[in-house]
Design a protein around this ligand. Structure first.
Ligand code: ASP
Ligand code: MG
Length: 674
């Protein structure tokens, strides 16, 4: 049995490359007979065509390259003899009719290879393809090749590309035709294997010189290979496929420069994927596919991908399972990459499993947002979020969840549980990250807070909760960015209680009482179930703890001085009488309001952290803020935070919407993706 190994021009371009070829051939010849088909050394065919055109400039260089190879590969008498032979071949070429000059490239390269194999001790025989390969006559070609193989040869070396016509004139099989020569030798001999050795790792999803992320197609059908090869893919000469297919011969496309690396096998298999590869075909692109159904469905997808890349396709047409994409001139490379990305880089999208705990307004908004943004998130970040489970509430499912959660899962705490944080360590140890919108699970003693962070770090997972303060505003991130650069916090003023901002910005004495404003806020669901929690500063306290700790200050609840809006006794009465009592306090609220107005100020509920000597002072109270203060202009549920720090000459102010399920969902989504 014979194996046919074909090596292209770059595989035989130098002495070093030729040595590689000889190693590959030698290893295989120890197992079976080898027919080695070779191209001319790279550039030789072009040079010879110019010479045939009457331009003799490339001749010198061409001779030098061949002599240099001989110089490097041979010694002594063998070198002298081969040098003389090469000189003769050049003389023959110069004397030959113009049309025949081009055939000498392959004659030269194979003469050198054959000689070298002989010096290595192989019984190597040179076959003259000019007599054996008859253009357009397969039966005759096969007959002649079979008859030409001498008994006892280990290796036959045959020039690719060149042939004769039925009339006996020397001719060629067309540019790139050496692949076809190899297929003819293989088909004639019923070879056990046909290997096309080139300078790329097989047929790839796109030309790797144009699309660096192109990858090898391990197995493909004859028809897909034919589709690619006949629509611009340079790696294989299209006519090569027919003789192999007829004989049921597999074609392997291998890389001379990484012989053990990835390669492509072309055979009678059905294609594994709907999309095979993209090639450049003139000013248009050929997207080779194997399913007419998938091709039709892909048209709008490709159109979008091109628009996204700033390219308008002038036409996309299905042709069987493949597509022809016509582009306006000048954007072919960009279009190629955009389409390759759309069809082949989906595999590089990381999937993030997400579990949503707490199915209230925020949990529901997050679910909807994940589903709605799936495509754009994949395109923008190369990530795809998969909801693997949703739980109505915090509950006792966490142990079970930890046992089954795939690594990299993100647990999203959208509950308002005060105790769910006790499960976080377990989640971290199971390789699960936590993203939270639940302030209660953060406003915990500092030691517990620090332990959670340490555990997340040790387990290589993350614990993020940007949503807990100022909803979608990047408050925590801004603080921790400062902390990373040792930008020491001098003070933080945070106006982050949506409820109180709403109430205080609505309240105008005489128009409606303060108590009414509170009632209204409760009616629209802005307050906690019991609005006194807001008025007492509990919610602001939690947020201040989170903010301060993000700044590296180990603040505890007990260290925060809260001046509640209402006296302590109002906390202990039923809600109805609370409102009556609040109504009765209207005089006090009005006085505070008037005092502020007279000073050109407004009332705001401000949480603050201030550097005093070596320590910090934290407080929450109603303050009069003047017109220059960023909080003066806050409206409704707007939030603001003003950070003064050592590296910043002016305070950093972040202001914007502080509330809303969609805001919270968007912030959670970003914590998941970050
Ligand atoms: N040497 C020829 C060419 O450059 C044939 C081949 O390399 O396949 O077209
Ligand atoms: Mg080639």
């Amino acid at each position: 049995m014979w194996r046919v190994l074909k090596f292209g021009g770059s595989s035989v371009a130098s002495a070093t490359s030729m040595s590689r070829v000889l190693d590959i051939v030698g290893a295989q010849a120890r197992e079976e007979g080898v027919v080695l088909v070779a191209s001319a050394i790279s550039g030789a065919t072009d040079a010879l065509l110019r010479i045939a055109d009457g331009d003799s400039t490339p001749l010198d260089e061409l001779e030098k390259r061949h002599f240099a190879i001989v110089e490097r590969l041979f010694t002594g008498g063998e070198k002298a003899a081969l040098t003389a032979r090469i000189r003769e071949l050049f003389a023959e070429m110069e004397a030959a009719p113009a049309a025949e000059k081009v055939t000498y490239g392959e004659i030269l390269s194979t003469t050198i290879l054959c000689e070298k194999l002989r010096t290595e001790g192989w019984n190597a025989v040179w076959l003259d393809s000019r007599r054996l390969v008859v253009k357009d006559d397969l039966p005759e070609t096969y007959r002649r090749i079979r008859a030409a193989i001498p008994d006892g040869a280990d290796i036959c070396v045959a020039p690719g590309f060149i042939c004769c016509t039925s009339a006996g004139e020397v001719s060629t099989l067309g540019r790139g035709g050496s692949d076809y020569s190899a297929a003819l030798y293989a088909a004639a001999l019923d070879a056990s294997s046909l290997q096309i050795w080139t300078d790329v790792p097989g047929i790839m999803t796109a030309d790797p010189r144009r699309v660096p992320s192109a990858r090898t197609i391990p197995v493909m059908s004859y028809s897909s290979a034919l589709d690619m090869a006949s629509h611009g893919a340079k790696v294989l000469y299209a006519p090569t496929i027919a003789p192999a297919m007829e004989k049921g011969l597999d074609i392997e496309i291998r890389n001379t420069f990484a012989p053990e690396g990835k390669f492509t096998r072309i055979c009678a298999t059905p294609d594994a994927d709907a999309w095979i590869g993209v090639s450049v075909f003139g000013e248009s692109l050929r997207v080779t596919g194997s399913s007419p159904d998938a091709a039709l469905k892909a048209i709008p997808v490709l159109r979008d991908a091109l628009v996204e890349a700033g390219i308008a396709a002038t036409g996309i047409e299905a042709d069987g399972g493949s597509l022809n994409v016509t582009l306006r001139p000048g954007v072919v490379e960009q279009g190629l990459r955009a389409i390759h990305r759309a069809l082949f880089q989906t595999g590089s999208i990381t999937s993030i499993p997400v579990f949503i705990a707490g199915y209230g307004a925020v949990g529901k908004a997050l679910e909807a947002m994940i589903l709605n943004t799936r495509q754009s998130v994949a395109a923008r970040c190369g990530k795809s979020i998969n909801i693997v489970g949703i739980a109505e509430h915090a509950g006792d499912y966490i142990d079970e969840f930890c046992r089954n959660a795939p690594k990299g899962t993100v647990f999203v705490d959208c509950t308002d549980s005060e105790s769910i944080w006790r499960e976080f360590d377990k989640l971290f140890r199971a390789g699960v990250s936590v993203v939270s919108s639940n302030r209660r699970s953060l406003a915990i003693p500092y030691v517990d807070y620090a332990a959670l962070h340490a555990s997340a770090r040790e387990n290589g997972v993350f614990f993020r909760y940007e949503t807990t303060v100022g909803a979608a505003l990047p408050m925590l991130e801004s603080i921790s960015r400062g902390a990373n650069s040792l930008d020491e916090i001098l003070s933080i003023e945070a106006v982050v209680s949506c409820t109180l901002n709403q109430i205080l910005s609505e309240y105008v004495p005489g128009r409606q009482s303060f108590a009414r404003c509170v009632r209204q806020a409760q009616a629209v669901g802005l307050t906690e179930q019991d609005p006194r929690l807001d008025l007492g500063g509990k919610d602001a306290l939690r947020k201040l703890l989170i903010l301060s700790r993000e700044a590296g200050v180990h603040l505890e609840e007990s260290e925060v001085q809260i001046t509640p809006l209402i006296p302590q006794r109002l906390f202990n009465v039923p809600l109805d009488s609370f409102y009556d009592e609040l109504e009765a306090m209207e005089g006090g609220f009005e006085a505070a309001y008037r005092h502020a107005s007279e000073n050109g100020c407004r009332l705001r509920f401000v949480s603050s952290l201030e550097r005093i000597g070596d320590g910090y002072r934290a407080g929450i109270r109603i303050r009069e803020v003047a017109q220059e203060h960023p909080a003066y202009h806050l409206k409704g549920t707007e939030n603001a935070i003003i950070i003064r720090s050592s590296l910043k000459p002016y305070p950093l102010v972040i202001q914007g919407p502080g509330e809303g399920a969609a805001q919270a969902a968007s912030s959670l989504l970003n914590d998941i993706l970050r």
